[in-house]
Design a protein around this ligand. Structure first.
Ligand SMILES: Cc1cc2nc3c(=O)[nH]c(=O)nc-3n(C[C@H](O)[C@H](O)[C@H](O)COP(=O)(O)O)c2cc1C
Ligand code: SF4
Ligand code: FES
Length: 704
């Protein structure tokens, strides 16, 4: 081996390995890969072999991770790495022209059609920069966003690209978050869209001259929203989990947390019996905030009090559902609230080891949590014999590496075990029964775990009085897209309507525009059409009157999901919108199930074709057919997540899809062409058969 592994690096690796049971060293694969890449810049074959040997694995066990997780590279990147979010809210706000400008300014050739997502990452000729598209960075309310190395930059508009690069070279980033809170590395670019004389050494063409051909359907760039942090809570809000988020003078310090009543509920909980705590959570009616809305207390009660195997708690901090940006704020601004919720949960469930699975794109969040864990340990809230109770508990942070499917709880567990994040079949692999290392495991979302602290504070019965029956408590709705004031709002579940969220909290549509459609629970939720009426129990309600709760949103044909509300106004092309969503799912399918792996790609290719002017009359029906054959036929709920957008967009906006599907269906293809080529090639000679409808036109230039 020619590469020398420094002793300090190896010590860091040994420390990472110690976070997992001695017979589960494989779990340290991702941490070791991160450490290697941070030190050497990429994962060489030699690096993979070295890590495999260190963990007692075969090199293929490491290679399969490097090729699965988008954040790992097999070749060096630039000295500064820029990752631009291309997912829906950012794309609506100009992420594609931003990427074009960044590529032009850094002299990076991203290839025909803008290049793919990551592999291989594109590097500038001087080696200074590399840029790549990534999926939703959980900051959709301040779109467009990008990461410069480990820093998140908000509101980086296409026009502020030169300034962004100049400041990145001079390390002049204005650390707004840091100034406010002492920790978070979030920076805001401050140029209004279209502002003349944008600072920077490289001139940009004026906005009117901009080539937007890559983003067909993008009618207007978003105006920069008011800083979502500067807004005081709206009277319609009920701040509980987000009470301290964005609060002037509030820091992530444990002393600040303690001055605000922190860890009092942990002190109270350790004086209760385990069953009492579980019963309070059951009585509260708390439903999971990660997406499925499963009752938390019911999940917890699957853990047998006399369980002999170790029980694990995993905090799901993967927050990668497009449109969702709440967990990151909790982690960055109030990490001890999460730790206290987790500590109470561990005590209630007799958990001695808990993991926080945090997505790889939150490096700063991982550091903040690591620091908070050390602070909590120093005060004896965590570690051995906490608060003199004789109860031991340890928390470890485990970083993902850029794959959305790690948010799915069984995929997450596989990933934590050091494998590809291939979801497991349920049954039998319900985590509470057969979870991490085949032991009972509770997986809960960040926001869900924070609620536990408040349930202990007020008692389950009082908590259940907030919100509506079966839809109790508060939840964070994250509004992004075409509204005046995108941002996060904490509401009593069901006590606030869709109309109130859109018009009163988020400020309504932009001047001169009307809201056309809303995806209410992250991009996997079915789209709703503004102006529709719905049957709710025995009454008819308007779109604006839909209560924002689990049951009502399900009754109107969508879901509350992760709370990510994405708004589209009447300037949006729905084929373009669905195409953006389809690209996300095609990229993120883990590939285990044929309907999902193939279907997600076909749907993307068909909407690609429709957008590029080649849509054939059969396309909407084919799209529906493909989607119908994914949902319900896969290992995990990603199948539904990728089928529902296509099914609902087609159902709600049939004319727009028909309008993009005008060409005659070609006769059967000659056998030498694959179905892939049929979709991607602009012109394929056909072998017309007289009994095929439209055969006489098929094969003419521009038909397929
Ligand atoms: C494709 C897919 C992605 C998911 N992504 C997340 C995620 O990023 N964060 C999350 O908390 N839950 C996510 N979930 C839901 C988890 O599987 C799981 O239900 C949740 O973490 C349980 O926590 P809760 O009961 O507190 O909501 C996802 C589910 C699916 C099917
Ligand atoms: S449904 Fe998709 S993401 Fe889920 S296991 Fe199957 S292929 Fe993987
Ligand atoms: S941060 Fe870009 S879409 Fe969410």
């Amino acid at each position: 081996m020619t590469t020398k592994v420094p002793a300090t690096l190896e010590r860091q690796m040994d420390e990472a390995i110690s976070h997992y049971p001695p017979d589960q060293k494989r779990s340290a694969s991702l941490p070791l890969l991160h450490l290697w890449q941070e030190h050497f810049g990429f994962i060489s074959d030699e690096g993979g072999t070295w890590i495999a040997a260190k963990l007692g694995l075969e090199p293929i066990n490491i290679l399969e991770l490097v090729t699965f997780y988008p954040m790992f590279r097999q070749a060096p990147a630039g000295r500064k790495q820029i990752r631009v979010c291309r997912t829906l809210s950012c794309a609506m706000a100009g992420a594609y022209p931003l990427m074009k400008n960044l590529a032009r300014l850094t002299k990076i050739d991203r290839g025909e059609g803008g290049g793919g997502m990551h592999s291989p990452v594109a590097v500038s000729p001087d080696g200074e920069f590399s840029i790549e598209f990534v999926e939703c960075l959980a900051s959709c309310g301040t779109a467009p966003v990008c990461m410069l190395d480990d820093e998140l930059h908000e509101n980086v508009t296409p026009e502020s690209a030169p300034d962004f690069l100049t400041r990145s070279q001079k390390n002049l980033s204005s650390r707004v978050g840091e100034a406010r809170r002492g920790t978070s590395q979030v920076t805001r670019d401050v140029h209004l869209v279209g502002t003349p004389g944008v600072a920077g050494e490289v001139p940009l063409r004026p906005a009117a001259d901009r080539d937007d051909s890559v983003i067909d359907g993008l009618a207007s760039f978003q105006q920069l929203p008011e800083s979502i942090r500067s807004l005081p809570p709206h009277p319609l809000e009920h701040r509980m989990i987000f009470k301290n988020i964005g609060r002037e003078g509030y820091t992530t310090d444990i002393d600040c947390y303690l001055q605000n009543g922190g860890y009092e509920q942990l002190r109270a909980a350790v004086r209760m019996t385990r069953t009492e705590i579980v019963n309070e959570v059951k009585t509260s009616g708390l439903r999971g905030r990660g997406g499925a809305g499963f009752p938390c207390g019911v999940k917890w009660s699957f853990i047998r009090p006399d369980e002999t195997k170790p029980v694990y708690l995993i905090c799901n901090a993967d927050e990668s559902e497009p449109g969702t940006f709440k967990d990151r704020y909790i982690i960055h601004q109030d990490p001890h609230q999460l730790l206290e919720g987790m500590l109470i949960s561990c005590f209630a469930l007799n958990v001695h080891t808990a993991y926080i699975y945090i997505r790889g794109e939150f490096p700063e969040g991982a550091k903040i949590l690591g620091h908070a864990i050390e602070e909590a340990r120093a005060k004896n809230f965590l570690g051995r014999n906490i608060l003199g109770t004789g109860f031991d508990v340890e928390f470890y942070i485990h970083r993902g590496a850029g794959a959305y499917i790690c948010g799915e709880e069984t995929g997450l567990i596989e990933s934590l075990e050091g494998k590809r994040a291939y979801p497991r079949i349920k049954p039998p692999y319900f985590p509470a029964v057969l979870g991490l290392y085949m032991c009972p495991t509770i997986v809960n979302n960040v926001e869900t775990l924070c609620h536990v602290k408040h349930i202990i504070a007020m008692g389950g019965a009082d908590y259940a009085r907030i919100g509506r029956p079966n839809n109790t408590g508060t939840r964070i709705v994250c509004v992004s897209g075409d509204v005046v004031r995108p941002g996060y709002f904490e509401i009593e579940v069901g006590a606030v309507t869709m109309g109130q969220v859109l018009h009163e909290l988020a400020g309504g549509a932009k001047p001169g525009r009307k809201i056309k459609a809303v995806i209410p629970g992250g991009s996997s939720a079915k789209v709703l059409r503004a102006g529709d009426t719905f049957k709710l129990k025995d009454r008819e309600i308007s779109f604006d009157d839909i209560p924002m709760d689990f049951d009502s949103l399900a009754a109107v044909g969508s879901m509350a999901g992760s709370g990510g509300v994405i708004v589209m106004d009447d300037s949006r092309d729905m084929v373009w919108t669905l195409n953006n969503i389809n690209e996300f799912y095609a990229h993120e399918s883990c590939g285990q199930c044929t309907p999902c792996r193939e279907g997600s790609l076909w749907m993307k290719k068909i909407t690609d074709r429709m957008l590029s002017g080649g849509g054939v009359t059969q396309d909407p029906a084919t799209l529906k057919n493909v989607a119908d054959n994914i949902a319900g036929r896969t290992i995990c709920a990603f199948g539904e997540a990728c089928a529902w957008p296509t099914q609902s967009f087609l159902e709600k906006f049939p004319d727009e899809f028909a309008g993009r599907a005008q060409k005659p269906v070609p006769p059967p293809r000659p056998p030498e062409y694959t179905s892939e080529e049929l979709i991607t090639e602009p012109e394929i000679p056909t072998a017309p058969l007289a009994n095929d409808a439209g055969w006489e036109k098929a094969g003419a230039p521009g038909t397929v």
